[in-house]
Design a protein around this ligand. Structure first.
Ligand code: PAF
Length: 286
């Protein structure tokens, strides 16, 4: 069932609650791929009813980012959701979520702003205000759907850490479940932004997962010094790669480390054909 109105979703959720059903929420910006489908499948396994939100959230895009050209494929997304047995696809308009007017700033909207320590690194360093926008919309979706469980991908690892922190700090009664990254056979992490890449760009983009796997292998062979691990990346990079960051951090707190250990995550952001791609790997699978 495709719903666009907050009130319609609330009504349906109220009925489900009365009937004793549990609800899972999979928040997305649409352009669904196998990565999203893995979240939906997990939600179906763990909850009686599943809501997928499809909303390209204007307030998490910077002024020079790809909000206007972000892929919008609602018809195909709805079909995929139907095939997966999703109960509600919630696809509100920006006006439904934020009211009329397109100047949404902290002067006109109550924002949820995650702590500086978690934001002032990785993607947050260049995407100013991005995580304020993410936390604000996710909080709104939590309030609208009131899910028992919400499902997020490890691909956006910083986002997942920040959302867990928000849920803990604000005592939001939802369990956040993180699902593993889904990759093409080549190793390329699935992303809606892969649609912007040419065939050659897709090959160049494999460098991200190669760098991460190589660092993981080096760690398994006994190299733990973070600077030494980072240095192993440079031979992979060519003029086609515009590296934004390569960081080796604590996987729970995103704190810096001098020595890698089994609680470590390696994260990379790199532009290929001017498409900003991110990927990450845990040094130890848990
Ligand atoms: O990960 C995403 O697609 C978005 O950041 C999210 C969580 C749906 C919020 O708009």
């Amino acid at each position: 069932m495709l719903l666009n109105k907050i009130e319609e979703v609330r009504e349906q959720i109220k009925t489900w609650r009365k009937e004793g059903f549990t609800t899972g929420l999979v928040p997305t910006m649409g352009a669904l791929h196998a990565g999203h489908l893995s979240l939906i499948k997990r939600a179906k396994q763990e909850c009686d009813k599943v809501v997928v939100s499809v909303f390209v959230n204007p307030i998490q895009f910077g002024p020079s980012e790809d909000f206007d050209k972000y892929p919008r494929t609602l018809e195909a997304d709805t079909k995929l959701c139907e095939q997966e047995g999703v109960d509600i696809v919630f696809a509100p308009t920006p006006a439904e979520m934020y009211g009329e007017g397109n100047r949404l700033t902290n002067d006109t909207l109550t924002y949820v702003c995650p702590p500086f320590f978690y934001v002032n690194k990785l993607c947050g360093k260049t995407r100013i205000g991005h995580f304020d926008g993410v936390c604000t919309v996710v909080n709104k979706l939590f309030n609208i759907v009131q899910p028992d469980k919400a499902f997020f991908g490890q691909k956006d690892a910083q986002q997942a850490v920040i959302i867990r922190k928000m849920v803990k700090d604000l005592n939001i009664p939802v369990e956040v479940i993180q699902c593993p990254i889904i990759r093409e056979e080549s190793g390329l992490a699935l992303s809606s932004r892969n649609k912007y890449l040419s065939e050659e760009g897709k090959k160049d983009a494999l460098v991200l997962s190669r760098i991460l796997n190589n660092i993981k292998n080096c760690y398994k062979k006994g190299i733990t010094d973070v600077s030494a691990l980072k240095e192993t990346a440079y031979p992979f990079l060519t003029e086609k790669h515009d590296l934004e960051y390569l960081e080796i951090l604590d996987r729970e707190t995103l704190e810096e480390k001098e020595k890698a250990d089994n609680n470590t995550i390696v994260l990379i952001a790199c532009r290929v054909e001017n498409v900003r791609l991110i990927d990450n790997v845990y040094l130890e699978d848990k």
